[in-house]
Ligand binder design. Sequence first.
Ligand SMILES: Cc1cc2nc3c(=O)[nH]c(=O)nc-3n(C[C@H](O)[C@H](O)[C@H](O)COP(=O)(O)O)c2cc1C
Length: 471
Amino acid sequence: MASLTVRQLDEKLKRLLRLRAARHGRSMEDEVRTILREAADETGREALDLIEPSTKPHARAAGPAKAVALNVLLIIGGGIAAYKSLDLIRRLKERGIAVRCILTKAAEHFVTPLSAGALVGESVFTDLFDPAGEFDVGHIRLAREADLIVVAPATADLMAKIAGGHADDLATAVLLATDAKVLLAPAMNPSMWANKATQRNVAQLAADGFAFIGPNEGEMAESGERGTGRMAEPLEIVGAAEKFLAHETTQPLKGKRVLITSGPTHEPIDPVRYIANRSSGKQGHAIAAAAARAGAEVVLISGPVTIPDPVGIRMVKVESAREMLNAVERTLPVDVAIFAAAVADWRVANAGEQKIKKIVGKTTPELSLVENPDILSTIAHRTAQRPPLVIGFAAETENVVANAKDKLARKGCDWILANDVSPATGIMGGDRNTIQLVTKAGVEAWPPQSKDDVAAMLIEHIVAALNGVKE
Ligand SMILES: Cc1cc2nc3c(=O)[nH]c(=O)nc-3n(C[C@H](O)[C@H](O)[C@H](O)COP(=O)(O)O)c2cc1C
């Protein structure tokens, strides 16, 4: 049989493999084994059924692609897609993940506790006020012992209750009591999904830190209905769940200190007026959240923004560029510094101590500007306590890559994440971003994606870099 070693792979493939391995905290060889097992698992399933048409569990039940952490609490809501959640139980268990299951009252109209229990291998939980259940495990233990909670299907009603902080049944009480990550797999008729109330609840849940998988577009259970509302397929849900479980357990940035700046700065004209820019802070805050999820000790230094503080980080709120630089210097030393804030280049030379009065007939006051300190360049050029990895952003409206390359050289930083912030791109203030990563080694074009995904991708690159993978 022909043999193939990691060394024989082409450079691009090797680099991708290194990143993937670093993300999962595995060696490259183990990562290859995992990929091969997963592929063989999928393609081999039908063949295995033909060879061994038995009722016993598949040979892979021991689950080679085992995630490191292991307890998923599956909450099944009252939707037509509940039948798919039975398959989801099987798929999770095949991967060696322990599954506990709650059925809502409405879910019991679609699947029975008996069938769910048979697949889970223990009784499922259905009632908040069940004395046996409460003395045995109890809703607080269910909430605490889960590494990840998956709600599938997440019905419109269930999401409305969660968004509203209800706790009048077992599912919602557990969801209110948990610190675990919660992954929602919405499933409903397309009109229900598009309804403003549902969208409002989804936005609230996303802001509260809930993760989503789907809904997908396609045929609905109702005949002739098509649109967005199909529950993600069980394997897609498993994939998303494994990502969170791996993050929970491997914590590749544990022990690392990461500093991030975010948002705009406000440069005073007088006590009531200021110069600002359109930065929302969404990208910097998303990076802070991703770094915290990866286990880093995160200090987020933010200018004035209206978005919520990410959880699990130390927040330092500032207004002006000079305050931001002071806060950054006070935070050193750090392992990684990421400068995502849109710092004003200039400030008003003599900001008024009193409100500048408008006097009719008098000439309009002239603002004279002076240059602000360049935070990225100051930190990147430090000789003492220069962070080992200094990353800047370049918000450009033209010649994006050329300007970013120039900025990388001028500022003395290690990486620049360049993005086109022309109004037509909708990046400034929007939820998506398209990044070109510029390093001394070259330029890497990232696909258009959500700011959360950009953050996750940046963290993967940082993990790889700290593990000695060359960028
Ligand atoms: C046949 C049938 C199918 C339903 N399918 C869905 C669905 O796919 N998604 C949804 O949000 N609600 C659906 N509903 C409505 C929910 O069952 C109802 O809102 C219920 O209160 C949800 O309960 P839960 O909060 O426990 O999930 C369906 C109702 C019926 C009668």
